[in-house]
Design a protein around this ligand. Structure first.
Ligand code: C2E
Ligand code: MG
Ligand code: MG
Ligand code: MG
Length: 292
């Protein structure tokens, strides 16, 4: 029935298999008001270069604070936003907000910093996506090289050709494309080779800790080697300890993000961090990498 309404019709029941779950329905209803009532916000998690230890970017992450329900995690509300189609409006708000923030930081004289935004599968289906992003960058006066998007492999599956076209168009502008959560899907070398991707983000489940077995470390190392052969950079996510950061640096991983350095923070806190020049001590990274 949803199909007959046409592809561009927002049909709230389309693909919502849980409309008998009262808790989910309550969240869905609440989410309809979240954008208008300004309950959504963006936090920003620093991404660091593992050679010099400097902050080179931030990832914008959605936060939803509901007056009665409290904080609701993205992993709970993003799937609802996806299934109901609300993600298109929410995603557009995220793009505007993140681009404006990044432009404001540049105007304030902060060091160059790339702003990365997570896209959703639905956004990749919008034929005007790349032009929309180009327009927003232009209006805000943000250099496209200071902007990036994150997509996952599963988003590309049903829609490979159009998704690839969008990503290609964005890269032509200078926007950086990252493949998020790498290692959780059916990742393969031949598949990765076909993707217009600048950065592979290793999922935190594949980021070894200091107690990891040699085999685990060799998997990480293999991903890094493979990505480098394809001229891609590698960012490790979910880095929670100094030991992990040092191990990654020693294995030529390019960048990292994670709670060890910082969780996602409100804009003002990130700004303070940048002004203070907070970074990883480069001696830590160099000393340990020479040991290996
Ligand atoms: P993601 O894009 O893979 O983002 C990384 C998630 O890992 C974030 O969770 C982040 O807070 C968390 N994280 C960062 N460092 C660590 C760490 O050291 N340890 C652990 N255990 N976790 C860490 P968050 O903010 O809850 O977001 C979850 C997911 O929701 C994101 O995964 C992304 O897929 C989605 N998401 C968030 N914001 C947006 C958005 O604006 N649009 C879309 N479409 N999806 C979003
Ligand atoms: Mg991400
Ligand atoms: Mg991820
Ligand atoms: Mg994720």
């Amino acid at each position: 029935q949803a199909k007959r309404l046409g592809r561009n019709q927002a049909c709230i029941y389309a693909g919502a298999p849980h409309d008998d779950d009262p808790e989910r329905l309550a969240l869905e209803t609440a989410l309809r008001h979240a954008l208008r009532d300004e309950q959504l916000d963006l936090h920003y998690q620093p991404q660091l270069d593992l050679r010099h230890g400097r902050i080179v970017g931030v990832e914008a992450l959605l936060r939803w604070q509901h007056p009665k329900l409290g904080r609701i995690a993205p992993d709970r509300f993003i799937p609802i936003a996806e299934e109901t189609g609300m993600i298109v409006a929410i995603g557009d708000w995220v793009l505007c907000r993140a681009i404006e923030q990044a432009a404001a930081w540049q105007r304030a004289g902060l060091p160059p910093l790339r702003m990365a935004v997570n896209l959703s599968a639905r956004q990749l289906l919008q034929p005007e996506l790349a032009r929309r992003i180009e327009g927003l960058l232009d209006t805000a006066g943000l250099d496209p090289r200071l902007f990036g998007v994150e997509v996952t492999e599963s988003m590309l599956i049903g829609n490979f050709d159009q998704a690839v076209q969008h990503l290609q168009a964005l890269r032509t502008l200078g926007v950086e494309v990252s493949l998020d959560d790498f290692g959780t899907g059916y990742s393969s070398l031949s598949y990765l080779r076909r993707l217009p991707v600048d950065v592979v983000k290793i999922d935190r489940s594949l980021v070894p800790d200091v107690t990891a077995l040699a085999e685990d470390v060799s998997i990480t190392r293999a991903i890094i080697t493979m990505a480098h052969q394809l001229q891609m950079k590698v960012l490790a996510e979910g880095v929670e300890s100094e030991g992990q950061a040092v191990l990654l640096a020693a294995n030529q991983c390019d960048q990292m993000q994670g709670y060890w350095f910082s969780a996602a923070l409100p804009a003002a806190a990130v700004e303070t961090m940048l002004r203070d020049g907070r970074q990883i001590d480069p001696a830590l990274l160099n000393r340990r990498s020479r040991q290996r």
